[in-house]
Ligand binder design. Structure first.
Ligand SMILES: [Zn+2]
Ligand SMILES: [Zn+2]
Ligand SMILES: [Zn+2]
Length: 364
């Protein structure tokens, strides 16, 4: 298990640091690093009656005053300059080279501090290595990240205001990333967001008809069919779904029924790190450049550990169709939500299966 150090910045935002070894007794930040301006106002939700969904009005995000100069990264550990001073980053001064860390977003799209608590947003630092990516991190670092995700999901769900916890990652400029340091985010909602609500409704209908969890059924079918499997482990399975919306869309899930991410056993977490590294390395090898993607964790509602109709899974959407062609969400996709995939998932899965990658070992 990882050791944990929790601290609050003077602006009230949490800084949570994780480590393999216990923290020294005197482990304490000497300065906060970047802090939120006093002019910040929390976001609020507005009901979009036409779409039947909430929209976050987060106007404070517009005047982010601390846009960092290009040459330094706000997610890197602070390092002393030649004159002995340190630049402010999100990492507090004096905490050394973190292994994994989590902090609250400076300008969150959801916040517990408004008039109505709407949720919370955290940033998850995957690694202190600025030029790395999740695919390039050693297995043990990825396994540690899975434990960090679990710990945050468990902690965040304790708040009765929170109805859904959503770890995710945007990777690559193609999907709008501005900071290249390997990191992801966690959004915690006071309601089920639209896509999740839809999946839950579909899963409930499936359960009523078949008396089985939808994700369990789909995974069993994929394992029987074999044609779309990309990774087949003892406990973790990954495949391109039968009706994938993106050519290289991969879903990862457990063979066992696990409604929430924090319910994965240590050995499932270990195999998940193997599956993640394998798939992300295959993506990078596919076109010979680091593949951009969106990675989304879907799970049961917060605290619904006995949910019988739905279970945790990861969905990854890489935006490329070929080495040169991006799949844009154009008129039909954006205007109607109807997707056209111009590839066979079976062929794309065979392509990914064929790529051999060396994921290394757990000891490094
Ligand atoms: Zn960095
Ligand atoms: Zn299930
Ligand atoms: Zn899903």
């Amino acid at each position: 298990m990882l050791h944990k150090f929790e601290w609050r910045k003077p602006d009230g935002r949490a800084w949570i640091q994780y480590s393999r070894a216990p923290f020294a007794k005197d482990h304490q930040p000497t300065a906060a690093g970047l802090v939120r301006p006093g002019t910040w106002t929390p976001p609020h939700l507005r009901w979009n009656a036409m779409r039947g969904e909430f929209v976050s009005i987060s106007a404070s995000r517009q005047d982010r005053p601390f846009l960092p100069p290009r040459e330094y990264c706000p997610l890197c550990p602070t390092t002393p300059l030649a004159d002995g001073t340190q630049l402010d980053t999100e990492v507090p001064h004096g905490v050394g080279n973190y292994e994994w860390a989590v902090f609250e977003n400076m300008f969150p799209g959801l916040s517990l501090s408004g008039e109505t608590p709407t949720g919370k947003c955290e940033v998850v630092l995957y690694s202190p290595r600025h030029d790395s990516t999740l695919a390039r991190e050693p297995l043990s670092q990825i396994e540690g990240l899975v434990h960090v995700w679990q710990d945050r999901c468990k902690e965040i769900s304790r708040d009765p205001n929170i109805e859904f916890v959503f770890p995710f990652e945007n990777k690559g400029t193609e999907v709008g990333v501005t900071l290249h340091h390997p990191h992801g985010q966690i959004y915690a909602f006071n309601h089920l967001p639209p896509f999740i609500k839809n999946e839950h409704l579909a899963a409930q209908a499936h359960f009523e008809k078949n008396k089985q969890c939808l994700i369990c059924s789909l995974t069993e079918n994929e394992l029987k069919d074999k044609n779309r499997i990309v990774f087949e482990g003892q406990e973790i399975v990954a495949f391109i779904p039968f009706a994938a919306r993106y050519p290289y869309e991969v879903h990862i899930t457990t063979r066992a029924h696990r409604p929430l991410l924090q319910q994965l056993t240590p050995s499932e977490c270990r195999e998940l790190s193997i599956a993640l590294k394998t798939i992300l390395m295959k993506y990078d090898a596919l076109f010979g450049f680091p593949m951009p993607y969106i990675m989304a964790h879907h799970q049961a509602a917060a605290r619904d550990e006995n949910c019988s109709h739905y279970h945790w899974h990861i969905e990854i959407y890489p935006p490329y169709r070929t080495a040169q062609k991006l799949k844009y969400l154009a008129g039909v996709e954006s205007g109607t939500g109807f997707f056209i995939n111009d590839t066979y998932p079976e062929e794309k899965a065979a392509e990914l299966r064929k790529i051999e990658v060396d994921i290394g070992s757990f000891d490094f």
